[in-house]
Design a protein around this ligand. Structure first.
Ligand code: ADP
Ligand code: ADP
Length: 236
C-alpha cells in the first residue's frame, strides 16, 4: 500500500497568493476540527490556493506504523484506541518537518496542533497566520467517519454515500482501522477534552477562522477560500 508520509505533492495549478506570500498568510495555516470534519478533504484545494505544502500528522503516523519504525510501534496502540499520541512524539515529528526547505513559507498543518501543549510548542518555532476551524456537529461525525474510504494509490478521500469513489477506484479503496463506531466515540471525547479548547486559545490570538463544515464539500471549500482571501487582502 502506498502511503504518502504526510507530504502529498502539490498539484500543478499556480497558487493564488503572490510569492512571497502577503503578510496576512505568511506563516503556517492550521486546519482544525473534530475527526471527520473534512480537514483532509479540503487540504489539497487549500494547498493549491496558498502554495503551502500539506502536512498531515495522521498520515505521517500511519506511514510510520506501516513501515514498522520505533515511532510507529509506539504510536500504534494510541491510534487504534482512538487516543491522542503523546505530545513529545508528535512535537518532535513536526519540529523536524518545519526545518525542511519547503517549509520556509509555512506549512498547511492538517491535524496539528491538537493540544495546548502542542500549540505552545509550535508558537515557539513557527508563526501561525490562520487557524481554519471546520465546525461539524457530533451527530454528523459518526456517519462521516464510518463511511470514509481512502484510495491507497492516490491518497484521495471518499465517502461511500457523500462522495463515492469513481468506478476505477471502487474496488481498491480501503477503510482505516480506526474508522469504526467505537473508536470514533473515543476520538470525539479526546477532541472535546484535549483539542476543542484550542479554538478559544487561537481565538484570543485573533487568528481563528470559523467555517461551517455542515454543508456540501464544495461549499465548505468556497467558505474557506473566501475567508483566506479576505485575510490575505486585509493585511496586504
Ligand atoms: P478529517 O480529515 O477531518 O478527519 P476527512 O476529510 O477525511 O476528515 O472527511 C471525513 C469523511 O467525511 C470522508 O469520508 C469525506 O469524504 C467526508 N466528507 C468530508 N467533507 C464532507 C462534507 N462537507 N459533507 C459530507 N461529507 C464530507
Ligand atoms: P482524524 O482527524 O480523522 O481523527 P488523523 O488522521 O488526523 O484522523 O489522526 C489519526 C490518529 O493519529 C489520531 O486519532 C491520533 O491517535 C493520532 N494523531 C494525529 N495527529 C495527532 C496530534 N497532533 N496529536 C496527537 N495524536 C495525533
Amino acid at each position: 500500500m502506498v502511503i504518502s508520509g504526510g507530504n502529498r505533492t502539490i498539484p500543478d495549478a499556480l497558487p493564488l497568493f503572490p510569492k512571497p506570500p502577503r503578510r496576512g498568510v505568511n506563516g503556517s495555516i492550521v486546519l482544525f476540527g473534530p475527526p471527520g470534519a473534512g480537514k483532509g478533504t479540503q487540504a489539497s484545494r487549500m494547498s493549491k490556493l496558498t502554495g503551502k505544502p500539506q502536512v498531515s500528522t495522521g498520515d505521517m503516523l500511519r506511514a510510520a506504523v506501516a513501515a514498522d519504525t520505533d515511532l510507529g510501534r509506539e504510536a500504534k496502540g494510541y491510534m487504534d484506541a482512538g487516543l491522542l499520541v503523546p505530545d513529545e512524539i508528535i512535537i518532535g515529528l513536526i519540529s523536524e518537518r518545519l526545518q525542511q526547505p519547503d517549509a520556509e513559507s509555512g506549512l498547511l498543518l492538517d491535524g496539528y496542533p491538537r493540544t495546548i501543549i502542542q500549540a505552545k510548542s509550535l508558537d515557539k518555532i513557527e508563526s501561525v497566520s490562520a487557524v481554519v476551524s471546520i465546525e461539524v456537529p457530533d451527530d454528523a461525525i459518526v456517519q462521516r467517519i464510518v463511511g470514509r474510504r481512502m484510495d491507497p494509490e492516490t491518497g484521495k478521500i471518499y465517502h461511500i454515500e457523500f462522495n463515492p469513489p469513481p468506478a476505477e477506484a471502487a474496488n481498491r479503496v480501503v477503510q482505516r482501522k480506526d474508522d469504526n463506531e467505537e473508536t470514533v466515540r473515543s476520538r470525539l471525547s479526546a477532541y472535546h477534552e484535549q483539542t476543542a479548547p484550542l479554538a478559544n486559545w487561537y481565538g484570543e490570538r485573533g487568528v481563528l477562522l470559523r467555517i461551517n463544515g455542515n454543508q456540501g464539500i464544495e461549499e465548505v471549500g468556497d467558505s474557506i477560500e473566501s475567508a483566506l482571501l479576505e485575510l490575505s487582502g486585509k493585511d496586504a
